[in-house]
Ligand binder design. Structure first.
Ligand code: PRP
Length: 174
């Protein structure tokens, strides 16, 4: 593979500012309720840690693992749950936290599975939402940034499992 070049799309400061705004909005919307936040592994682990520490209301947390199999950098359409949540979500207020929305297939699959368990409410917070025609018409409730259809890494997002640790979000050119 040739050399990879990367350019900052959102700096650590810009990310922190946006995470604070989302946390403020979520805290306001869920004030007085019992919120369970579910992070989708692996990408969302850093956002989740930052978001809950900026919130002014208590919450419980859990994680799910989802994978979409297939070749290339775009998901194939076959999503599987590699790790289920451990919490019962029946009659609970649920917020799913995810790093990026691309084709929408992962979120659509996960939200459909969770709805079968009859939560009281179910919303999604997705940090990066690609502006493109999705394979499924999925709309996030809380969005960090809308971005062009590019390949991004850092702040939890990877390229072949690399770059998740980077504090900024970068666009990479392969
Ligand atoms: C990424 C991302 C979402 C999904 C979005 O996960 O975290 O879960 O792809 O793509 P979609 O909208 O086209 O379904 P990935 O499978 O790369 O796993 P990871 O979070 O472990 O990196």
């Amino acid at each position: 593979m040739g050399k990879i070049s990367k350019k900052i799309l959102f700096s650590r400061d810009a990310i922190q500012k946006r995470v604070r705004e989302l946390a403020y909005q979520i805290s306001k919307d869920y004030a007085g309720r019992e919120l369970i936040i579910i992070g989708v592994l692996k990408g969302a682990f850093i956002l989740m840690a930052d978001l809950i520490r900026e919130m002014s209301i208590p919450c419980k947390v859990d994680f799910a693992g989802l994978a979409s199999y297939g070749a290339g950098s775009e998901s194939s359409g076959k999503v599987v749950m590699t790790k289920d949540i451990e919490t019962s979500i029946k009659e609970k207020d649920i917020l799913v936290v995810e790093d990026i929305l691309d084709t929408g297939l992962t979120m659509q699959y996960f939200v459909d599975r969770l709805k079968e368990r009859n939560p009281k409410s179910l919303k999604t917070c997705i940090f990066l939402v690609k502006r493109k025609k999705r394979k499924v018409n999925f709309k996030a409730d809380y969005v960090g940034f809308n971005i062009d259809n590019c390949f991004v890494v850092g702040y939890g997002l990877d390229f072949n499992e690399k770059y998740r640790f980077l504090p900024h979000i970068y666009v990479i050119k392969k």
